[in-house]
Design a protein around this ligand. Sequence first.
Ligand code: SF4
Ligand code: SF4
Length: 223
Amino acid sequence: MIIAERKPMEEIKGFVADKKKVCVIGCRGCVTVCNAGGTKEVEVLASLLRLDSSKNDSPLQVDEFTLERQCDPEYIDEVSHLMDKRYDAILSMACSIGPQFLSRRYPAERVYPVLNTCFLGGALAHGIWAEHCQACGNCIIHKFGGLCPISRCSKSLLNGPCGGSSGGKCEVSKEIDCVWQLIVEKILQEGKMDDFMKIDLVKDWRSSRDGGPRKIVRQELLK
Ligand code: SF4
Ligand code: SF4
């Protein structure tokens, strides 16, 4: 899933500093799962903004709503009734796709991203998320014991570790497991070291990094 976290409160207060009426819109997708922008986080942010402006002569009006997904036009229409209220700002609590889709659907609205989109990852434990994928567009983790060296090696090395691995930890930080240590241990466990010794060609990034934003068209799904 996409892992995100809320921007610092001071930055969000800057977004609403000169506003009278705003709407906080959350997302029940990835950012609910990583506790950054679901119904609960929308309630908390709306309350903090109301509280912060309560000492002003004209306190900020803060409405709130949480969509099923902000990255899907089907659900974005659910807030159409709110857009007639002419908010001074829409505060989107989704990954950066959400505010972009809201802006496109409601071009007259000024939409602010309240979350920072951080990475593609999963939960290691309650409250701890870690990057596991860089969406390169050509998954090859089967060659590496099911581990992704592109996202999990600090240098994204594809043909073995650098010289800095020590005691199973990465030279960048003792907090980071050297994924190449983990890969070699897994390959030894699988008994596949002979296959593994073949040199991997330099990764062809053209499918993911060149040619502008990527797009997938599934003809059978088009209406
Ligand atoms: S808008 Fe972003 S956070 Fe929400 S479901 Fe879509 S991808 Fe996930
Ligand atoms: S120590 Fe391991 S994880 Fe860190 S950069 Fe080198 S090979 Fe990659």
